[in-house]
Ligand binder design. Structure first.
Ligand code: NAP
Length: 254
């Protein structure tokens, strides 16, 4: 039996940082599987890693590629010690200004693919296995100007918290990670139809800090982690204040 860790979105940003931190911090892992579309970027990440890696260049929204991955898991006789779903993207802008196909692609990537990957890897998990799902602080509240993205992340947070409870009897722990802005290539994609409000940019953290908090939370079996003091404060505000009031305040940022 081969002990493996699977990381999606490993070609960039937070997923790449997960690969690098896990590579130095984890032992007793035979292979780290790195998933994203850009193979050359995955190869660059793998080149600086000590662990054996398997590069799986695939579009997570491609159902045939997902079927192939499911077969590979079966063939390789693996134990999945950890699954990290970091593949995802967001598009800022008004709902009716963004082409429908790109909006629905956000649903497929952030929600459907994450759900399928979680489902196909679960049979290969054992007591002590971990799942880390990249949600976002955008999950806490509807976000005009980032509407579909925020809704996808609410899905990820809700699904992950429920799954964590369902899997507790098997000793498998799910952690939803909810950072605010993280300094990655995310914004190159996100700002095609809209701009990030300046106030949000002021709260930006590094991917190193985000991933460190995520791995620590997963180690301690936390169902959710909010890296950074600004987003912890935001979460508190959404718990204490009426949501319509918070929405009126955040609408002033545009
Ligand atoms: N950065 C932030 O401010 C922030 C804040 C909160 C949450 N998040 C979440 O954190 C996760 C990682 O984002 P990031 O900041 O690291 O952004 P990033 O640097 O743009 O990385 C996104 C990763 O997802 C992969 N990806 C996207 N669509 C894919 C697809 N269809 N198939 C396979 N891989 C795909 C990309 O690889 P390829 O392009 O090579 O396929 C890339 O590796 C996302 O879920 C994002 O929503 C980010």
């Amino acid at each position: 039996m081969k002990n493996i860790i699977i990381i999606t979105g490993a070609s960039s940003g937070i997923g790449q940082e997960f690969a690098l931190q896990i590579d130095t911090a984890f032992s007793n892992i035979d292979e780290i599987w790195l998933i994203a579309r850009r193979e050359e970027r995955l190869a660059e990440v793998a080149k600086v890693m000590e662990h054996a890696t398997r590069l799986i260049p695939m579009d997570v929204t491609d159902e045939y590629a997902m079927d192939d991955l499911e077969m590979l898991l079966e063939e390789e006789q693996v134990v999945v010690r950890m699954l990290i779903n970091a593949a995802g993207f967001g598009l800022m802008g008004e709902f009716d200004d963004i082409p429908l196909e790109e909006q629905t692609d956000m649903l497929l990537t952030n929600c459907e693919a994450l759900t399928k990957l979680t489902h196909i890897t679960l049979p290969y998990m054992t007591r002590g296995s971990r799942i880390i799902q990249m949600a976002s602080a955008a999950a806490f509240l509807p976000q005009p100007g980032f509407a579909i993205y925020a809704a996808t992340k609410s899905y990820v947070l809700s699904f992950s918290r429920a799954l964590n409870r369902e899997l507790a009897y098997r000793g498998i722990y799910v952690t939803a990670v909810c950072p605010g802005p993280v300094n990655t290539e995310f914004f190159e994609v996100a700002e095609q139809y809209g701009k990030t409000p300046m106030v949000k940019k002021l709260t930006m953290i590094t991917s190193e800090k985000c991933v460190k908090a995520a791995l620590r939370a997963s180690y301690y079996k936390k169902s959710m982690v909010v890296p950074g003091i600004s987003m912890k404060t935001s979460l508190l505000a959404t718990k204490l204040l009426p949501h319509e009031l918070v929405l009126s305040i955040t609408s002033l940022w545009k």
